[in-house]
Each structure stands twice: as structure tokens, then as C-alpha cells.
Design a protein around this ligand. Structure first.
Ligand code: ZN
Length: 434
């Protein structure tokens, strides 16, 4: 579905470098997009019509960002319980949309859909940030991450770009051994490396001077997991290149990107409207709370004041580098434990997620805990605690046992609900083994 003409000017604005805006211009842009989005959602999307009506909210009440607090916050659970048809705008055919079945880091599957144009705009925002770090059109990029999932209606490798040799990006699977990641990177000779920090660090500590003659990235972008200072140091020392942290989620694509001069994360303020709230109230700079965000360009399936479930620390009102942007200092949580198997092999917990959800699309929430190297417990919940037949649980057991190998016993439990940690953050993957 192409971009409707009336949305083109705001899409083009979004691709301008963020530093070219004044603070006032960003707030005006956000206000204008928010007004459009709220009116559109009220008129076309059953979920938001119900929510706004029950809160006594009419689109005329929303004049700008200052009125944001009047809009009800939606939780992941609410979106998950709402049928897709009630989350989609009237007249939009689901089959024409690109599906993003988010599941990875939250342990709670949720289907997000975008038109191709909406999706490409968000991909372009990501590229705009890479260009601001020095990416060139002719650079070869290597991404050490999960293999791309097959997505209907969507090709990861744009054949045209591939033919003319621009913006080439190759995947190296993070499920491969660190030795294999290193040898694939040697063969690719990338100018820029992207990937999960855990996988990058494990490859980085293996690198020899000979490897470094062939693998010479100008910079590295880390995403999807928490980049701890230790991981950053290992990656930086191993690859001898600066590392920049990116924070994103399938619901929004890129949310914030590290500022090279201050180290804060610049919020992508022309594509999302982000708030950091504690008990529903905005936090002060340098305090932490939950990230609640609005996707400013998602009209097919609007996402308005959505609590992503990530705990973050808000930075200064404007970035110390002088950019007119609000910032985050940290994104807590989302550090994923890797599972070491009895034979010493390590696997990334994401390797279990797709098979788990394929075997059991009814899963509402899951948690995978490795109690010992040879014992993994998978706890799952169903919508409203609906009963699940034993053979459905056995199916999950078989599927995961095949991945983990005969030395590991897999136990599957259906539970009414899953416990949160003391910090309030739910961890879908935990390793308790030595
Ligand atoms: Zn900055």
C-alpha cells in the first residue's frame, strides 16, 4: 500500500536530520501528528473509539502534546486481548499489511501490522541515524542477529539495491558459534557491523590480529539487548571500533539512538512520541519509569500511548550535545541470559521462541527457565486461563526437546499467571544453572 498523498509531507519531515529542527518545531510537529492520529483512530478504529468514549475523550480535546495526559494508556495485555480486527483501521485489508509478530524480549506475543509505506518510513529513520554516524551508500553492513523470519508480502533484501550494490546488508546468525561468526565476518569484510551485544562480544574476544586485518568496521551498532559497560568494552577492544547503542522495539522500530558526543540516547522524536511515566505521572530527568509511546506514523494499526513494558531512565530535558532532543540515559532490563547446554554449547534463548510459538500459537505469555544445564522448565499461560489439553503441552515439549538435544529434559507447565521479579520487570528467559 503506497503512502497516501496527504501523509507525504509529514513523512518527508520525519526524514530530515533531527538536529535540523528547533525544539518548538519538534513539539509542533508532534502535536500536529497526534491530532491527526487521534482523530483517525477515533473515527476508524473500534478499540480506540471504545477507549476514548469510555474516558469521555473527543478528538477536539487533543490540541497538542500538552493534552497527551488525557488519552488513556494502553497496556500490552489490552492489545493482546483485543481482536486484530478491532485494532485495525476501517477499510484496511489485513492481507495487504506487513506483520511484525513481536515476542522476542517480552515473553508475550503480540501481532503488530504496518503498511509497506509505514514500514519503509521507519526503516528509513533507522538508515538516517546510521548516515548521521557516517554510513556511506556503498558500505557493506553485517548484522549479527537472528536470521530474518519469513514475513509474507515482504522481502528483506531489496533486489534493486542488491543489483546496484548500495546499502548492502548481510545477516550472520547469532545462533552460530562465535568461531563461525568470526569466520563469516572475515569473509564479509564489513564496513559497519550491527548486532546483539552478547553475540558481538563473544566474537570480539576471539579476534586475532590476523582477523583484525580483514574485519575493520568503522563503527558498530548494538541493539535488541542491554549493552552493559563490560560488553561495550569487549566489543570495542576486540573490533577496535567505536560502539553505539540503539534501542528499538518491533512496535516502533527505532526508539532511541546513542548520541556520539554525550552518550545519551536521542529519542527519535519525529517518528515516536515518548513519555517516561511512574504510576501514570511523568518522571523528572534522571529518574526511571516505564516507557509509554505513540507511533506517530502508524495509521493502519494505530499505537497510541502504549506501555511497552520497558523500564528506562529519562535524561536531561535536552541533550547536552545541544541537539533539540529529549534523551534516555539507560534502558534497563532486556539483558538476555544465554543457556549453556551440558556439552558446553551455548544457545541464545531467542532460538527457542519461534518454535515455541509455532507449536503453540495460543500462548498468552511464556517464561523459559534453565534450572540446571540439563533441565529446562517452560511455563506458559493461556488467554483468560483457558484450559489447555495435555497433548498441546506435549507438543511444545517435543519441539523444544528436539532443539535442546537428548541430554536436556524439558518440562512444560500451564500456569494461571507468571510471577514478576521484585523489580517489577518480567523476565521471559532466565538461567539459574551454574
Ligand atoms: Zn546529543
Amino acid at each position: 500500500m503506497p503512502m497516501p498523498l496527504h501523509r507525504l509531507p509529514s513523512a518527508l519531515q520525519t526524514l530530515r536530520p533531527l538536529t535540523s529542527f528547533s525544539r518548538r518545531a519538534i513539539l509542533d510537529f508532534q502535536g500536529a501528528q497526534l491530532r491527526r492520529l487521534v482523530r483517525h483512530a477515533y473515527e476508524n478504529v473500534p478499540l480506540y473509539r471504545r477507549l476514548f468514549d469510555s474516558a469521555g475523550l473527543h478528538p477536539r480535546h487533543i490540541q497538542g502534546v500538552q493534552d497527551l495526559h488525557r488519552i488513556p494508556i494502553v497496556s500490552r495485555a489490552l492489545l493482546q486481548e483485543t481482536p486484530v480486527s478491532d485494532r485495525l483501521a476501517r477499510g484496511v485489508a489485513q492481507s495487504s499489511l506487513i506483520p511484525w509478530p513481536t515476542s522476542g524480549s517480552s515473553g508475550r506475543p503480540l501481532l503488530i501490522l504496518r503498511t509497506r509505506a509505514e514500514d519503509q518510513l521507519l526503516m528509513a529513520v533507522r538508515l538516517r541515524q546510521l548516515f548521521s554516524l557516517g554510513l556511506r551508500l556503498t558500505d557493506r553492513r553485517a548484522a549479527v542477529a537472528l536470521p530474518d523470519p519469513p514475513i509474507a508480502n515482504f522481502r528483506w533484501d531489496d533486489p534493486l539495491r542488491g543489483r546496484i550494490g548500495l546499502l548492502i546488508r548481510r545477516k550472520v546468525s547469532c545462533l552460530d558459534s562465535p568461531e563461525s561468526v568470526v569466520s563469516q565476518l572475515r569473509a564479509l569484510n564489513p564496513d559497519v557491523i550491527e548486532g546483539y551485544p552478547g553475540s558481538l562480544a563473544r566474537a570480539a574476544i576471539l579476534l586475532t590480529d590476523d582477523d583484525r586485518r580483514l574485519i575493520r568496521p568503522r563503527f558498530i551498532v548494538s541493539g535488541a539487548e542491554t549493552l552493559s559497560p563490560a560488553l561495550r568494552r569487549d566489543i570495542q577492544q576486540g573490533f577496535q571500533a567505536p560502539v553505539f547503542n540503539y534501542y528499538g522495539a518491533d512496535e516502533f522500530n527505532l526508539i532511541a539512538a546513542e548520541c556520539p558526543s554525550s552518550g545519551r540516547l536521542h529519542l527519535m522524536e519525529t517518528s515516536i512520541l515518548a513519555e517516561v511515566l511512574l504510576d501514570g505521572q511523568p518522571v523528572q530527568p534522571m529518574q526511571s519509569g516505564q516507557l509509554v509511546a505513540t507511533a506517530l506514523h502508524s495509521f493502519a494499526m494505530p499505537i497510541i500511548r502504549y506501555n511497552l513494558g520497558d523500564r528506562v531512565t529519562l535524561g536531561e530535558e535536552l541533550c547536552p550535545c545541544g541537539a533539540p532532543l529529549r534523551t534516555l540515559v539507560h534502558v534497563q532490563g532486556r539483558e538476555l541470559d544465554r543457556f549453556t547446554l551440558p556439552d558446553g554449547k551455548q544457545i541464545h534463548p531467542f532460538a527457542l521462541v519461534d518454535p515455541l510459538l509455532q507449536a503453540a500459537p495460543w500462548i498468552c505469555q511464556f517464561q523459559v527457565v534453565q534450572h540446571r544445564r540439563d533441565h529446562v522448565v517452560v511455563s506458559v499461560t493461556s488467554n483468560h486461563g483457558n484450559p489447555i489439553p495435555p497433548q498441546a503441552l506435549a507438543q511444545i515439549q517435543t519441539k523444544l526437546a528436539a532443539i535442546l538435544g537428548p541430554a536436556v529434559t524439558v518440562q512444560v507447565e500451564h500456569r494461571p499467571e507468571l510471577p514478576q521479579q521484585a523489580s517489577g520487570k518480567f523476565r521471559p528467559y532466565r538461567c539459574l544453572a551454574e
